[in-house]
Structure formats: C-alpha cells, structure tokens
Design a protein. Structure first.
Length: 540
C-alpha cells in the first residue's frame, strides 16, 4: 500500500477550522502521509495547525448538501475537538475518507516515527539511557541479596518481560524457568522496588496458575519466601476482588493458597481496568464537553462517570503498599491477572510516594521506562483508541491505564506542588505521546516487539528530545524544592480534583496563564524577601 493511494484530495483552499479553545483558521488544508495541516496567511501573522493523523480518534461526517459539502468533526485522543468546514461534495467525501484511513493504519512500520527525521543535536541516546544494567546498583542500593538474571534471553520464558530482570541472588535460573511456567504469561516475581530505610522489598508478578486443582510450585514459594527474612511475614496485594480472584481459578488462574504460602497475608483491592475504565473516561469527557449543563448537573455527571473513584482506588492501594513497606516493615508482592496494568499502576505510585528520586525528571523517566515500557504494559493495544470511540467499536483490551496513573501522579503533585521537579505540562506531554507521537518510545506492546521493530535504530526516543536543556526548561516546576520525605497523599473525596488541564481544554489556557502569574508572584515575593534580608544585615 502506498500513502498516495489513500490521499484523493491532497490540498484544498477555503476551509474553516475551529477547535475547542475557540481558535479559528480560515485558509488551506493539506493532507500528507502522516499530518493534517491547516494554514492561513490572511492576517499579518502566519496561523497554522499541524495534527498527526494518529492523534485522531473518531471522524464524524456532517454533510450539508451535494452542492455545499459539509463539516468534518475530528475528535482527538487528547480530547480536543476540531471542526472543519469544507466546500464541495467530492472534496468533502475525499478528505473524510482519507483522514479515516490514515488515522487507522495498523502496520507499525507505516507510523510516523519511522519517517520522522530529527533535526536537533542529540545530547544523549534515550534508547540506551535507562538500561537495567545501568540502574541495578541504584535500584538495589548495593545490596548483595539481589542479582541480574538473563534467564529471559531472547524472551524465551516470558514474551512480555525484558531480557534482564532483578531477582533474589539465591534463586537460580532453573528455578525461575520453573516459576515462569506457574505464573500467568510467564511473569514470575521480580524486584520492583527496594525500600532502603527498612530493607523491605516490593515484588510484582502475574497471577499464579493454581486452577481448580490447587496446583503448587515449590520454587515459587521459595522465591517469595526468600525475600521475607527469618521470622518475618509479608503481604500479597491483589488488585482484584475476591470474587474475580475465585473466578480466575475456574479459568486456570487464581491466587496464592494460604496452605502453601502461610507467611503471606493476602489483601484484595478492587481496581477496575480494561473497558470499564474506558467507559468511565468516555462519560467524563462527554460531560466536560457539554456546555449546556448547569453546574449541579455537571457535578452529578462527573460523579456518575466514576472516574475520580477509579483514581481514588489506585491511589489508596498504592498508599497501602507504601505503608506496608515503610511503617509496617513488611515486604509486598503485587499482582492482578497478568500483572501488566493495575499492578504497574500501584507499584509505580508506591515508588513516587516513598522514593524522592522518582519525583525528579530523570528519575520519573527511569520509572516510566522500568515499570511501564520494560515491564510490558501493552501501550499499542491499550492506547489504540481513546474516549470518543463509540462503545460498540471498542475492544475489551483498550483502556486508559497509563492515563489513570498520570492522573494519580497529578493528584499527588497538586497536594505537594513543591516536591516535583517536573510540572503538569510534562505529564500531559507523556499522555499525548503514549497515544500519538513522532517518537518510537511508546510503540509496540513490550520490549520484544520494540526489538523486532528495530525501534532503537529506526526511530528517535522521546527521552532524547525531552532531555535537551532548551526543551527541558519548559517542563520544569519553578516551585521545586528537593524533598527527601515520604509523601502521604490524601485520598479523601474533597482532596481529589478533576484535572482541568487535561480534561477541560476550554479553560486550560486560562489555568496555565493563572499558574504562570502565580509562579511569577512567588518568585517576586522570594526576591523581595532576599532583598529585605540583605538590607537588614549589618554592613561589613
């Protein structure tokens, strides 16, 4: 297939575009292989919109008549809505069809990252920046109880794990092979986080495949008991309800049986995922875009969507794990079904709560790389569609898992605004790139697929772009003051707020301007205090 075959009308004059921020462009529309471009030179200033086709979630056609053409409504994965008025019936049909086809390409090698040619100078290679071999000493704090294992070389025992993982030093690779056969998708327990103050650890894995016959794996029991220490107990945090865990046994999965894991206490935490979460996001965005609602009705619709309840569930589970590691002085194993969604949300947020390194730019990038990209979160599958896709066109596997995680980070950020080196714009940038990007970082469902697609050589890493000083400055938090303390966020309903900069695009610009003014006022206040202190000092 050639892109040329999909573009019947590459250029059209006299179009009118409006977006959710009330911006309006009257000018020329151009369709390229990967971009929709609308530009105008009618005023003294050049006005242009450039949109990746892959950012478009839904194309709605609103025809006027055969003579006059119609209006295209482009609903984007980042929740923006563009309306494009097109004159001419043939042009209207051609452009609508082209955008529909180009925004739904399924072959990764036709995606824009393979064609993007970065013109900037590389400060560092993002593909090499966060290799587990380089992070090992920092992650284990030089503890001699852990080792790097290459048992998954060539992805032989787990197709969704990286080739190198951190495991207890006393557990052999043969044991790991045995455990991989016992855990869902071969996702055996690996180290997620080592809490240095208490020397307790956080493990993550897939569910054990005990089934209805109560199968056991002594090597699995040995591994997770090894991390406890003599006379110690641990917690297994299940991100499913008891009923779902029990139903999983009927399908060959299940949970750790108490008779085989007597030193571990299992706690069930219900975290919704998959289509339930996407339905909730769809209701939220629908409410945010409805300008006819009164405040009371809007608040009611917001509550009915259940989105903030999902955020509360994830945050409270992460707080529980953090409390176990820090205050209760016990190690924790987290898993749900496959261990690729809610498990990663909880493990990542736990580290943000406990580990100040995860709150700076580099540490947060390392966290995303280690706990999401290398850990096998299926970005390509989960982020194929967003909130505007109609329920009948969605699949169970499409879900805003990563967005929910970023929203949880935002909730902690807004409660502790001085403890994060990055700002809100950085979180939004990661969200948008996870759905549509010129970079190859979020392509594919796991490291194995990214290696098969040769992304490290064929595409540019998002981290290579962000970490250039001239770019990074836009994503730094001017209020940042390094804070080594643990952050205990409140999960009370009154403490959680809707992420306006993400979901309410109509007021996002006003919020950003207000935030800029606040930060400027704080800087001026600090400058004034410094000047006053200098004046009060006695002369030499």
């Amino acid at each position: 297939m050639e892109f040329f075959d999909l573009i019947k009308t590459p250029k059209l004059d006299g179009v009118i575009m409006c977006d959710t921020l009330q911006n309006k462009i009257e000018g020329t529309l151009c369709i390229t292989s990967h971009h929709l471009i609308i530009s105008s030179r009618k005023t003294m200033e050049f006005n242009e919109l450039v949109l990746l086709h892959s950012m478009i979630d839904v194309v709605e056609r609103r025809p006027n008549s055969i003579q006059t053409g119609g209006i295209l409504v482009l609903k984007c994965k980042n929740f923006r809505i563009l309306t494009i008025e097109i004159n001419g019936w043939i042009e209207f049909l051609n452009i609508a069809t082209s955008i529909e086809l180009l925004s739904n390409l399924n072959e990764p090698r036709l995606f824009y990252p393979y064609f993007y040619n970065p013109e900037f100078q590389f400060v560092e290679n993002g593909w090499e920046q966060f290799k587990i071999e380089n992070e090992f000493a920092n992650l284990t704090h030089h503890s001699d109880e852990w080792r790097l294992s290459t048992v998954n070389k060539n992805f032989e025992i787990c197709r969704t794990y990286p080739e190198t993982v951190i495991v207890p030093k006393t557990i052999s690779d043969d044991c790991l092979r045995s455990i991989a056969q016992f855990r869902c998708l071969g996702r055996f327990p690996v180290l997620s986080y080592y809490h240095r103050p208490t020397k307790k650890v956080l493990l993550r894995s897939g569910q054990p495949m005990v089934g209805t016959s109560s199968k056991r794996c002594k090597d699995d029991e040995k591994l997770i008991n090894t991390v406890l220490g003599v006379g110690k107990r641990g917690f297994i945090i299940e991100t499913r309800t008891k009923n779902l865990s029990q139903l999983a046994r009927n399908k060959g999965g299940g949970f750790e049986l108490e008779m085989h894991y007597p030193l571990w206490t299992r706690v069930n935490r219900n975290i919704d995922r998959h289509s339930t979460l996407l339905d909730s996001l769809g209701k939220l965005i629908e409410s945010c875009m409805d300008q006819t609602l009164s405040m009371d009705k809007w608040l009611s619709r917001l509550e009915t969507s259940g989105w903030l309840s999902h955020i509360k569930d994830v945050l409270s589970s992460a707080c529980l794990v953090a409390q176990c590691l820090d205050q209760d002085n016990v190690s924790v194993l987290v898993h749900g079904s496959e261990g690729m969604d809610s498990t990663l949300q909880v493990c990542s947020l736990t580290q943000i709560i406990l580990n100040p390194d995860c709150r700076n730019i580099y540490g947060f990038e390392a966290l995303i790389e280690r706990e999401w990209l290398q850990a096998g979160h299926p970005f390509a599958t989960r982020c194929k569609h967003s909130a505007y896709t109609i329920p009948s066109a969605r699949t169970r596997e499409q879900s805003p898992i990563f967005l929910a995680f970023l929203d949880c980070v935002y909730q902690i950020y807004q409660q502790f605004p001085c403890s994060f080196e990055f700002n809100e714009k950085f979180l939004i940038l990661l969200f948008e790139n996870s759905y549509s990007s010129q970079f190859g970082t979020f392509l594919g469902d796991c490291q194995r697929e990214r290696m098969e697609m040769n992304l490290a050589k064929k595409t540019c890493s998002l981290w290579s772009y962000i970490n250039r000083p001239e770019i990074l400055k836009d994503y730094l938090n001017p209020l940042y003051e390094p804070n080594s303390s643990i952050l205990w966020p409140s999960v009370a309903p009154q403490s959680l707020e809707l992420w306006k900069g993400m979901y309410l695009h109509r007021i996002a610009m006003l919020i950003e301007e207000e935030s800029t003014l606040k930060h400027r006022a704080i800087k001026l206040r600090r400058l004034l205090q410094n000047l006053q202190q200098q004046q009060q000092q006695p002369p030499n």
